[in-house]
Design a binder for this molecule. Structure first.
Ligand code: ATP
Ligand code: MG
Ligand code: MG
Ligand code: MG
Length: 480
């Protein structure tokens, strides 16, 4: 089954169960000061769970673009090194706002995976909350356990602790136990050697979590105590790319048709072969992942910049540029050339990609060009710093020079250093950064930090849009 069809089947299934299908919300959050980017399917619905406002329907399903590169969920370091964590990914979700609860959520999740998608039930495990003997003194979720028992043998239902099986939105607010579904796609040989149960939540590339069903039944009050919610809710999230991996019978998200067209294009452009060299493979995975995050972010109105969410995007892109430069020997811009493939592949499900293809290409190309101008020199300088270093920790002022003069984000410098067995002095870097901020504050009263510079071409692409939302977005950009 192709990825398009997998997404459509998920949505159709829940449509038939009276869910309203909604498009993904923008990945860039506009009015949530606690979050730069949507990092889970529930984020756009947060206010409904908090009792502020009413959803259009009490059953909703969607595929939400999520980005996990900062804050509570930060998977950036894993990306490319493992085969199942991405920066940007789609989270398929079904929601009940005070409507159905555990019984339906569990029965439907099972029916969809086993009867509709035809996943062999012998590769599935589920987890339920085991209870806690801390101040909350919570009982085991026997309700979920009993429901699962109808579908799966008891020895495949595992108990999990608060960390993995109790979900909380924050210090306060709705929370509750969750049940996760894991797949074991190892070979029979490997399965005979090691029991799959021992590999769950252990970062095994072929024993991975695919779906999390959250049962919101409590409210955590300001004093820390829990009370029962008057209305119980369901919040589920399934990793789309992981589901594709299972259904397409491959062992890595990068071997699904979500990624293979992008990887093929990288192979062609860089004249390399994916699967033949460990470092090049990591670089190829990183780039194919990062181009998606950057492209979707630009499509949603967040351009690379020097502050806030824009800097997160710039960091991701610069990271990708450097992987291409060092491991795929690409010294000129090329990541922008992957956008066409991406927009072909995903443009139907996410029309914003198609609509803004030229803008995305122009912005990425400009970003690549400007970083490549200093990357080479910066790397030479960094080599010099390393060879003259007396300790394994590189001082903050040296790292700052790379940041300030050569545009190396600190995490990129840290990454390059770690590849060579070095670390950096983050505190010292922070001191230098503060000093610089003070200097520039003194130098100019007026700050333009939230503005992003666009070339005329890129700006024109953007002005071509006429929705109100875009008009609002446009106020964030300025032509310089
Ligand atoms: P993991 O334990 O694998 O890091 P998680 O428990 O952090 O996943 P949840 O917050 O429960 O993930 O999100 C719901 C689902 O989204 C997961 O079951 C998984 O399939 C998917 N998912 C989570 N993080 C990522 C990621 N970085 N890339 C791709 N899919 C992800
Ligand atoms: Mg995680
Ligand atoms: Mg998990
Ligand atoms: Mg989870």
């Amino acid at each position: 089954m192709k990825s398009q069809e997998i997404r459509a089947t998920f949505l159709q299934y829940f449509k038939e169960k009276s869910h309203l299908i909604v498009p993904s919300s923008s990945m860039v959050t506009k009015d949530d000061p606690t979050l730069l980017f949507v990092n889970s399917g529930m984020a756009p619905f947060k206010e409904y769970f908090l009792g502020n406002g009413t959803p259009k329907n009490n059953r909703i399903a969607d595929s939400q673009k999520c980005l996990r590169v900062s804050g509570k969920h930060n998977d950036l370091e894993e990306v490319g090194y493992d085969t199942y964590h991405h920066t940007l990914f789609e989270m398929l979700g079904n929601w009940s706002f005070g409507d159905y609860f555990k019984k339906e959520a569990i029965a439907w999740a099972w029916e969809l995976l086993v009867d509709v998608f035809k996943i062999d039930k012998d590769i599935l495990y589920v987890t339920v909350f085991e209870g806690s003997d801390d101040a909350d003194n919570l009982k085991m979720d026997t309700e979920a356990f009993d429901l699962w028992k109808q579908f799966i043998s008891e020895d495949r239902i595992l108990k999990g602790n608060k960390k993995d099986n109790f979900w909380e939105m924050g210090e306060q607010g709705p929370c509750g136990p969750c049940s996760e579904i894991h797949v074991d796609i190892r070979s029979a040989e490997e399965k005979a050697k090691v029991d799959g149960r021992t590999l769950i939540n252990q970062d095994h590339p072929h024993v991975v979590e695919i779906w999390n069903l959250v049962f919101m039944q409590f409210n955590r009050k300001a004093n820390g105590s829990l009370e029962n919610l008057p209305n119980k809710h369901i919040d589920t999230g399934m990793g789309f790319e992981r589901l594709c991996m299972v259904l397409q019978g491959v062992q890595s998200n990068y071997d699904t048709d979500v990624f293979t067209p992008i990887i093929k294009e990288i192979e062609t452009i860089t004249n390399t072969k994916y699967g033949s060299n460990k470092e090049q493979d990591i670089a190829t995975r990183v780039i194919s992942d990062h181009v998606r995050a950057v492209a979707f972010s630009i499509a949603d109105g967040q351009l690379p910049s020097n502050t806030g969410a824009g800097y997160v995007i710039r960091r991701i892109l610069r990271r990708a540029v450097r992987y291409g430069f060092t491991f795929l020997d690409k010294k000129e811009p090329f990541i922008y050339r992957l956008v066409a493939v991406l927009s072909n592949k995903m443009g139907e499900a996410f029309p914003e990609l198609k609509a803004q293809k030229h803008l995305i290409e122009n912005v990425i190309k400009e970003e690549e060009t400007s970083f490549l101008r200093t990357l080479d020199q910066g790397l030479v300088l960094l080599d010099g710093i390393i060879s003259s270093a007396e300790t394994k920790e590189i001082s903050g002022d040296k790292v700052f020079e790379l940041y300030d003069t050569f545009g190396f984000p600190i995490d990129l410098t840290a990454l390059i250093l770690s590849e060579k067995g070095y670390t950096l002095d983050e505190k010292g870097f922070e001191v230098e950064l503060q000093k610089q901020k003070k200097r520039s504050r003194a130098a100019s009263e007026m700050t333009t930090e939230d503005w992003t510079t666009l070339s005329d071409d890129a700006l024109e692409e953007f002005v071509g849009y006429d929705t109100l939302e875009t008009a609002v977005k446009l106020t964030r950009y300025r032509k310089v």
